[in-house]
Design a protein around this ligand. Structure first.
Ligand code: FES
Ligand code: FES
Length: 204
């Protein structure tokens, strides 16, 4: 019998209109594959997972936490460091709402255990700009009204940041490709592409 435990998630279209997996497939991803998306180790066994001290480099500052090594980075950012830019969407590396940059690379923080981060630099949405000094992408998203509910916006902006860091003047196709794995249930895709183009052109 088909039981949909993530109806909102399955309803999310991405830029290519892809439909997500069945609950059984999602469960398989959780158990066997999620860690592979970010080249991170599989879950530690309970004996190896006692709380430890970790020093993280987040948005240019050193932050200390005492947690279990397999705690998802997303939980640390939101609950311990009070950085609420990255969002919890699916928790399964499927939607992109939790995206942060690790050494400039878009990374799903919901499936990245803290022990896999090490001394690498983590950048969250808060690290791009502030309320008084917006990053060009943040400004462009506002100018283009590229959010409806806004739940996907963190992931879209972080993925776009990684793209623009490598490609100064991307084509629409390059933007769509870079953001294809980030899901938006509200259908703001065209506005998002326009916002990224606006930021790229420095028109924001
Ligand atoms: S919360 Fe959906 S990919 Fe991380
Ligand atoms: S999910 Fe609502 S604006 Fe993208």
């Amino acid at each position: 019998m088909f039981i949909c435990v993530y109806p909102w998630l399955i309803a999310f279209p991405n830029f290519f209109g892809q439909v997500l997996a069945t609950p059984a497939a999602l469960d398989y991803i959780r158990q066997h594959s999620a860690h592979r998306f970010n080249n991170i180790p599989a879950r530690a066994n309970p004996e190896e997972n006692m709380p430890q001290n970790f020093t993280l480099q987040v948005n240019g500052a050193s932050r200390n936490v005492n947690v279990e090594p397999d705690t998802p980075l997303l939980y640390i950012l939101r609950n311990d460091l009070e950085l609420s830019g990255p969002r919890f969407g699916c928790g399964l590396s499927q939607c992109g709402a939790c995206t942060v940059l690790i050494e400039g690379r878009p990374t799903r923080s919901c499936v990245t255990p803290l022990s896999a981060v090490g001394a690498r630099n983590v950048t969250t949405l808060e690290g791009l700009g502030s309320k008084d000094r917006l990053h060009p992408l943040q400004k462009a998203f506002i100018e283009e009204q590229a959010a409806q509910c806004g739940y996907c916006t963190n992931g879209m902006i972080m993925a776009a940041k990684a793209l623009l860091d490598k490609t100064l003047k991307p084509t629409d196709a390059q933007i769509k490709k870079a953001l294809a794995a980030n899901l938006c249930r509200c259908g703001t895709h065209n506005r998002i592409v326009r916002a990224v183009q606006r930021a790229a052109k420095g028109a924001a």
